[in-house]
Write a protein that binds this ligand. Structure first.
Ligand code: AMP
Length: 279
């Protein structure tokens, strides 16, 4: 595996790859890699000749400075995992490589930015679109792989690609879970054993909603799901929404795709998860 820390050296190498007719699959991450990330690498390997993974903890998408500060950065272990997963290229730039001092711009991606996650993390998706736009321009991938785990992020990036006419195919990859159902996340290492146990209410409630969805009982499901999560010790619910899978507005009978999305704080750790009720 080759590692690059500058955009120039990455671009020069990728130009040779493209000139040889090979396709490039791209998996952007913030590191602290787990099986969820590695499943994206595996899918990228199946779809493309060359797999690029980026590890960059993007400061502009953190609305809480403490969250940014304590975000795990185990780069040696990550490099080892990427080698084992047979990624071809790691791009691991520093902040100065990605941003000029006081760089201030963002794309207007419309209301998606302000719903659900956007309400609880103001500015988050401005940071996400900034960094993904830059990374796509540097890597110029044929295909980019993102997790369903960050469902709204996938819609935001789809909008970015559409607005900016970026020639990249986006693939949404299934959520990887621990054996007990907890969605894998780099933030899970902050959970104590007790908190981990309490956090299981999120995936349990999503599964319950899926099992009890009859095609039109949106309100009943939502209220009962909220009750179930609120009844769990140590879990502070931020939202549980049954949303249209395309717009993220509340779902209704006309919604072709329906997704239940949840966000909650367990202790100091903020977790998100979702499940498709209709796809
Ligand atoms: P992150 O490092 O958290 O920014 O995530 C990098 C990519 O991995 C994003 O596309 C995430 O949606 C995806 N991802 C994170 N957790 C999981 C998971 N449990 N299963 C599948 N993909 C995931």
């Amino acid at each position: 595996m080759k590692t690059f820390i500058t955009k120039q050296s990455l671009a020069a190498y990728l130009q040779l790859i493209r000139a040889s007719g090979k396709t490039i699959g791209f998996v952007p991450t913030m590191g602290a890699l787990h099986q969820g990330h590695l499943s994206l690498i595996e899918l990228a390997r199946q779809h493309n000749d060359v797999v690029v993974c980026s590890i960059f903890v993007n400061p502009t998408q953190f609305n809480d400075p403490k969250d940014l500060e304590k975000y795990p950065r185990p780069i040696a272990a990550d490099t080892h995992l990427l080698q084992q997963a047979k990624a071809d290229i790691l791009f691991n730039p520093g902040v100065k490589e990605m941003y000029d001092d006081n760089e201030q711009w963002h794309l207007n991606i419309g209301e998606l930015e302000h719903l659900l996650e956007g309400k609880f993390r103001p500015g988050h998706y401005q940071g996400v679109t900034q960094v993904v736009y830059k990374l796509f321009n540097m890597v110029k991938p044929d295909t980019a792989f993102f997790g369903q785990k960050d469902y709204q992020q996938f819609l935001v990036i789809s909008k970015l690609v559409e607005l900016m006419n970026m020639p990249v195919e986006l693939v949404m990859c299934p959520i990887k879970r621990e054996d007990d159902g907890l969605a894998m996340s780099s933030r899970n290492i902050h959970l104590s054993a007790d908190e981990h146990r309490h956090a299981l209410v999120l995936s349990k409630t999503l599964n319950w909603a899926k099992a009890n969805f009859d095609g039109s009982n949106f309100d009943v499901l939502q209220k009962e799901a909220e009750r179930m999560i609120n009844a769990e010790d140590g879990v502070a619910l931020e939202y549980f929404e049954i949303a249209d899978g395309g717009t993220l507005h509340p779902a209704d009978a006309a919604s072709k795709k329906v997704v239940a999305l949840v966000a909650a704080k367990v202790g100091k750790t903020r977790l998100i998860d979702n499940v498709l009720l209709r796809s």
